[in-house]
Design a protein around this ligand. Structure first.
Ligand code: FAD
Length: 467
């Protein structure tokens, strides 16, 4: 049988965009139904994205620091890995967070409906639940259906040795030789994990550099470090075939310096993500979806159908959790009648590799391409006492300023903890801070955060201390 539910606000998808929107709408007094096809809420980020990857990256960091610690006079010997326990630790963190989310939903009286949802009209969505079909009548809807792994057509996905990021996070085994297809953030993060666990890693990237979106000077220290540790990094190279065999997966390459073929024990495909716009019958609700599956929205996250909003990965790049959550708040507040807009000056990006690579605002690549004038202050971490104490000297902090107003335009940081450090630069940009503001703010010494202060001082010509 079919049962009907009436609600003021329907949220489709329970990722960082969806749960934030649902909670905000409920806090603003709205009656909310949250639809999620998985039994556990939290979406990609909590279940198979940001959080599990960071749990494994912490494990990786400790292993690789321990391995290099002999230089500090302490040797730990070879690590003994218990993959079940490593996976269990990671899963424990995920369930703590998703369990917490379910509690928060309950407290707010957000009712969660489990099942695949598709629109059937501008004011109805049907959900296929375990207890049968449920028809949800809504006044407003927020589409937060996210994205999925992009699949190369020729890949033999039914072979268990072929992995996407979700499979890779399960660390079923540590392959002797791993091929990572895609030198973007997700591919390189998983490469960091598997390398630390003992795999010989090869990375293939189509573009002429790793992490194509970032400036070369903040990617170079990462490139240099992993070149010395990984088996191979093939740039400007394409994988054209993967043939499963008894001895492994035979991969064929086309590109600059790659061999014609090579055999690997496992392959991770991390070539990007596709938006889910075409999978929800948005047209039935009168919502337009682009050729590629994105949903276009205005600055209030409103689609072409004025009572329906969309947020997160499904509305476009950058596909990042912190973008989704902020958009979720805007959509919920707009529905509640508030005069809000998504007007972030920038959305920071972080690769949680070793070293980390982080950037925000204007990049030098972009400035050069668009002819935007800028001044640069840079501070190499080889002169940071704190960085040297960590046993690392390859970091760099740079800040771009407007040559006339001296306002912060952008920043790039590479080094341990760059992902934490970029937040201060992001605040500076949002607050219209000038070089002098960063230079005159007293930072604690010795910290990595000082490097922002020093980069601004370098731009101001007031830098004196190098330690
Ligand atoms: P999603 O998280 O994709 O959630 C959408 C939800 O909608 C899913 O739960 C899905 O099941 C559900 N859904 C879809 N269609 C339907 C339907 N028809 N019916 C019912 N339910 C449906 N971002 C960061 O900012 N930092 C990171 O460190 C980071 N690391 C990542 C690591 C990996 C391995 C991956 C894959 C991604 C990572 N991301 C990271 C990206 C981040 O996960 C996404 O940007 C974020 O999850 C997007 O949130 P969202 O709310 O748009 O959608």
């Amino acid at each position: 049988g079919q049962s009907d539910i009436e609600t003021e606000v329907l949220v489709l998808g329970s990722g960082p965009g969806g749960y934030t929107a649902a909670f905000r709408a409920a806090d603003l007094g709205k009656q909310v139904v949250l639809v999620e096809r998985h039994a556990v809420i939290g979406g990609v980020c909590l279940n198979v994205g940001c959080i599990p990857s960071k749990a494994l990256l912490h494990t990786a960091q400790v292993i690789s620091e321990a391995a290099e610690f002999a230089r500090h006079g302490v040797s730990f010997g070879a690590p003994e890995l218990d993959l079940d326990a490593i996976r269990g630790y990671k899963n424990g963190i995920v369930s703590k967070l998703t369990g917490g989310l379910a509690q928060l939903a309950k407290q707010r009286k957000v009712s969660v409906v489990t099942g695949e949802g598709t629109f059937t009209s501008p004011h109805t969505l049907v959900v296929e639940t375990a207890e049968g079909r449920k028809l949800i009548h809504f006044q407003n809807a927020i589409i937060a259906a996210g994205s999925r792994v992009a699949k190369l057509p020729f890949v033999p996905w039914d072979d268990p040795r072929v992995m996407d990021s979700t499979d890779a996070l399960e660390v079923q085994e540590v392959p002797k030789r791993l091929l990572v297809i895609g030198g973007g953030i997700i591919g390189l993060e998983m490469a960091t994990v598997y390398h630390a666990l003992g795999a010989k890693v090869t990375v293939v990237e189509l573009a002429d550099g790793l992490i194509p979106g970032a400036d070369r000077d903040i990617v170079r220290p990462l490139e240099k470090r992993i070149k010395a540790r990984y088996e191979n990094i093939y740039l400007k190279t394409q994988v054209t075939a993967i043939e499963p065999g008894k001895k492994g997966l035979l991969c064929k390459f086309q590109g600059d310096r790659a061999p014609a073929e090579d055999t690997f024990d496992r392959v991770l495909v991390a070539i990007g993500r596709w938006p889910n716009g075409k999978l929800i019958d948005a047209e039935a609700a009168g919502v337009s979806v682009t050729e590629r599956g994105f949903i276009e929205v205005d600055s209030q996250q409103r689609t072409n159908a004025p009572h329906i909003f969309a947020i997160g990965d499904i509305v476009g790049q950058p596909m990042l959790a912190h973008k989704a959550t902020h958009e979720g708040k805007v959509a919920a507040e707009a529905i509640a009648g508030e005069n809000v807009h998504f007007d972030a000056r920038t959305i920071p990006s972080v690769a949680y590799t070793d070293p980390e690579v982080a950037w925000m605002g204007l990049t030098e690549n972009e400035a050069k391409a668009k002819g935007i004038a800028y001044e640069k202050g840079a501070f190499p971490w080889a002169a940071s006492g704190r960085s040297l104490s960590l046993g690392r000297d390859e970091g760099l902090t740079k800040v771009l300023f407007d040559p006339d107003t001296k306002r912060v335009l952008g920043a790039g940081i590479v080094g341990p903890n760059a992902g934490e450090l970029i937040a201060e630069a992001t605040l500076a940009l949002e607050m219209d801070a000038e070089a002098g503001d960063l230079a005159l703010t007293v930072h604690p010494h010795p910290t990595l955060s000082e490097t922002l202060n020093f980069a601004a001082e370098a731009a101001e010509g007031t830098i004196t201390d190098l330690y």
